[in-house]
Ligand binder design. Structure first.
Ligand code: 13P
Length: 340
C-alpha cells in the first residue's frame, strides 16, 4: 500500500465541484431499473446504456469517478475501448462494487448482513489490474420495531472494516457505505439516532482494523424522515440534523463524505446536498455518489432507443451539473427551469 497514492485518489474523487456516479447496479437491480422503462435487461442493453453514460460529453466537468459492476468493468464501447479505459481517458476514475449483496442475518429476523469477504483479496487484485482505483461495499441497516440491533450494526461494521483494510493492502481506496434505509414510518430523530450509532460503530471498527482514514471515503445516508412518516422534515432540518450527526461521529482526517441518494427524488437529493454545503465550511468535503438521483431522469429520456441517446446524455449532464453546483451551495431550483 502506498498511502500517498491512496490519499491522492481519495482527494481526486472529492475534488471541487465534482462527485461520483454510482453505476454499479447488480444484475437484479439493473433489471428493476430497465423494467421501469420496459427495456429488456440483456447484456447488450446494459452495455450500451453504460456506454451512453460514460461517453456523455462534458461529464468529466462534474463527475470525478464512476462505480462499476463486475460485468461492466469487463465490457467495451462499440468501437472496442474497454469501459474503464474510456473513463480514464476523460479523467474520470474507475471504481468497482466488490460486495456480494446484503443477505438475511441468521437469528435476526428482518436484518441484513453484507457478504463477500471470502476470496476478496484475490478479487481486489484482479479489479486493480482491470483499472479500478477505488472500491465500494454497501452495508444495509433497517429501521423497524425493535431494529436495528446493536449486533447487526456491529457485524456490518466489522465486515466494512475488514473490506477497507483489504482494499488498502490492494492499493484501492475503499468507499465505506453503511446505509440506514429510509424505508419505514420512523421520524427524522429516530434516523439520527440510528445513523449516529451506526457511524460510531463503523469508525470504531475501522480503528480496530488499523485502517488509515486519510485513504478512505464514507458513503452514508442523509438523516431523513422515514418515507412513510406522516411528518416530513424540510430541507434545512435535514441539512442541520445530518451535519450535527456527522460532527459527533466522523473523524476530521477523513477527506470526504459522498452521500447516497437512497430513494430521494433527484431534485431532493440535490437540494439536501446544497443546503449542507451552504451551512458553511466543514472538516470534510461533502459530495455525492448518487445512483438513482443521477440516473432516473436519464433512463426516462433514453427508453432504450438509440435515437434518444443525445437527449439522455444532455439529461445526465444537467443532473451532474446541478449536483456539481450543490457541492458548493451554489445550486438553485431555477437551474431546473432553464434546462426544461
Ligand atoms: P442510490 O443513490 O440510488 O441510493 O445508489 C447509491 C449506491 O451506490 C447504493 O449502494
Amino acid at each position: 500500500m502506498n498511502i500517498d497514492e491512496l490519499k491522492s485518489v481519495a482527494k481526486g474523487l472529492v475534488s471541487k465541484g465534482k462527485g461520483i456516479l454510482a453505476a454499479d447496479e447488480s444484475s437484479g437491480t439493473i433489471k428493476k431499473r430497465f423494467d421501469s422503462i420496459n427495456v429488456e435487461s440483456k447484456e447488450e442493453n446494459r452495455r450500451s446504456y453504460r456506454e451512453l453514460l460514460f461517453t456523455t460529453p462534458g461529464a468529466e466537468e462534474f463527475i470525478s469517478g464512476v462505480i462499476l459492476f463486475d460485468e461492466t468493468i469487463r465490457q467495451a464501447t462499440q468501437d472496442g475501448t474497454s469501459l474503464p479505459k474510456v473513463l480514464e481517458q476523460s479523467g474520470i476514475i474507475p471504481g468497482i462494487k466488490v460486495d456480494a449483496g446484503a443477505k438475511d442475518l441468521a437469528g435476526f429476523p428482518g436484518e441484513k448482513i453484507t457478504e463477500g469477504l471470502d476470496g476478496l483479496r484475490e478479487r481486489l487484485a484482479e479489479y486493480r489490474n482491470l483499472g479500478a482505483r477505488f472500491a465500494k461495499w454497501r452495508a444495509v441497516i433497517t429501521i423497524g420495531a425493535g431494529s436495528p440491533s446493536q449486533f447487526c450494526i456491529d457485524a456490518n461494521s466489522h465486515a466494512l472494516a475488514r473490506y477497507a483494510a483489504l482494499c488498502h493492502e490492494a492499493g484501492l481506496v475503499p468507499i465505506v457505505e453503511p446505509e440506514v434505509l429510509m424505508d419505514g414510518d420512523h421520524t427524522i430523530e429516530r434516523c439520527e439516532e440510528v445513523t449516529t450509532a451506526t457511524l460510531k460503530s463503523v469508525f470504531s471498527e475501522l480503528k480496530n482494523h488499523r485502517v488509515e482514514l486519510e485513504g478512505i471515503l464514507l458513503k452514508p445516508n442523509m438523516v431523513l424522515s422515514g418515507k412513510e412518516c406522516a411528518v416530513q422534515a424540510g430541507v434545512d432540518a435535514v441539512a442541520e440534523a445530518t451535519i450535527r450527526c456527522f460532527r459527533q461521529t466522523v473523524p476530521e482526517e477523513m477527506p470526504g463524505i459522498v452521500f447516497l441518494s437512497g430513494g430521494q427524488s433527484p431534485q431532493e437529493a440535490t437540494e439536501h446536498l446544497n443546503a449542507m454545503n451552504a451551512l458553511g465550511s466543514h472538516p470534510w468535503e461533502l459530495s455525492f455518489s448518487y445512483g438513482r438521483a443521477l440516473q432516473e431522469p436519464v433512463l426516462k429520456a433514453w427508453m432504450g432507443q438509440s435515437a434518444n441517446v443525445t437527449k439522455a446524455q444532455e439529461t445526465f449532464y444537467h443532473r451532474a451539473k446541478c449536483n456539481g453546483a450543490a457541492r458548493h451551495g451554489n445550486y438553485s431550483p431555477t437551474m431546473e427551469k432553464i434546462a426544461a
